[in-house]
Design a protein around this ligand. Structure first.
Ligand SMILES: NC(=O)c1ccc[n+]([C@@H]2O[C@H](COP(=O)([O-])OP(=O)(O)OC[C@H]3O[C@@H](n4cnc5c(N)ncnc54)[C@H](OP(=O)(O)O)[C@@H]3O)[C@@H](O)[C@H]2O)c1
Length: 336
């Protein structure tokens, strides 16, 4: 008999981790261009808690309105259970992973089943399990679209010009701020894959982790100010951002670039005087790019580190873990 209901985590009102409710809900039905995926693991990302708390990090007048209740989540790894008639290239039983419908905030992956656009999915690398695959999509595509290939024409909401990655090779030095986090640890590995020298900035507990991933130099931001120690860098990828982010401009050589993954505050006069550029992008779903990243994951060239796992029903504990900060790699939900 076909299943009509499933377990999912929903929010009925915005708030803290306690608003995440494990419930019985209707099964999704895949529309044109979609497949039904039986979810095995869900990657947890900052937009999950931005949606949960109603975007409290934005000024009230600019906060988008979400219709509630809503199932949060963007990242998944799982197995195709059904395929819409117009979908080619995916079949029942295929293992897939993906970042769904981002930045629309309706990925709805905190669930046992998800209707997923086939174009947002890639085949899960056979060499890694669902937990590691689920940790890759948003963080990995962010690193990819900032550093390797944007892959879309949508400008960032915070700048008019289209973001363009710079060349990364053996002559390039890249500083990654927030290097231990989801985006940071994958960006570090992509820069190493391209041959660049990487300076990793994180809190002290992550030093050996980041050295093992290939960091050439480590700076503990709780003890030293990177902008006082580092000069002549080609590229800064800053996953932390915020009001203090312009201090990293001083680490760049003339012609260098700063890529704010989380938006910061920059003065055009200062960037012009220093002869540097600031350029950001908004990550977008992209199954084709995920296929390319999947090859690197399969080969072990890039690996996803797992900070912690929680069951889907315990999503609240996963968000409480995230709120404590100092994330190393990815938090992932497992689905029985
Ligand atoms: N533009 C886009 O499309 C896009 C896409 C994805 C993510 N984002 C944004 O990028 C940010 C990072 O995302 P994520 O998934 O990587 O987050 P994450 O997994 O939570 O990682 C954040 C990391 O930053 C480190 N950190 C915190 N304060 C720091 C500081 N002052 N200096 C250096 N490191 C610090 C944390 O560990 P330690 O403090 O222990 O070092 C942690 O490892 C989020 O704000 C997210 O919203 C933007």
């Amino acid at each position: 008999m076909p299943k009509h209901t499933m377990r999912a985590v929903r929010i009925h009102e915005h708030g803290g981790p306690e608003v995440l409710r494990d419930e019985e809900v209707a099964m999704p039905v895949p529309g044109p261009g979609e497949v039904l995926v039986r979810v095995h693991a869900v990657g947890v990302n900052p937009p999950d808690w931005y949606l949960r708390d109603g975007m409290s990090n934005l000024p009230p007048e600019t906060r988008p309105k979400f219709s509630l209740p809503v199932i949060p989540g963007t990242d998944l790894s799982g197995v195709v259970e059904a395929v819409a008639a117009d979908v080619d290239g995916l079949a029942v039983g295929d293992e897939v992973f993906g970042l769904l419908r981002f930045p629309s905030f309706d990925g709805a992956t905190y669930a046992e089943y998800v209707a997923a656009p086939a174009s947002d999915l890639a085949r899960k690398p056979a060499g890694i399990d669902h937990v590691h695959a689920a940790g890759a999509p948003m963080a990995g595509l962010t690193a990819w679209q900032f550093l390797i290939d944007v892959g879309h024409d949508h400008p960032s909401p915070f700048q008019e010009a289209r973001h363009r990655p710079t060349t990364l090779d053996a002559d390039t030095t890249v500083l990654v701020n927030g290097a231990a986090g989801g985006v940071g640890h994958l960006a570090l590995q992509l820069a190493k894959w391209k041959g660049a020298r990487v300076i990793a900035v994180a809190s002290g507990a992550h030093e050996s982790f980041l050295s093992e991933l290939g960091a050439d130099r480590f700076i503990d931001y709780t003890k030293s100010r990177p902008e006082e120690l580092v000069h002549d860098v080609d590229l800064v990828l800053d996953t932390v951002g915020g009001p203090g982010s312009s201090r990293f401009l001083r680490t760049l050589k003339r012609g260098g670039a700063l890529f704010p993954v989380f938006f910061g505050e920059f003065d055009e006069e200062e960037t012009t005087r220093l002869g540097v550029t600031v350029s950001g992008a908004q990550v977008r779903s992209n199954g084709a790019q995920l296929t390319e990243l999947g090859r690197l994951l399969d080969a072990g060239t890039v690996r996803v580190a797992i900070d912690s796992t929680f069951t889907l029903a315990d999503a609240r504990a996963a968000h409480e873990r995230a709120a404590r900060g100092h994330i190393r790699g990815k938090i992932v939900l497992t689905v029985a």
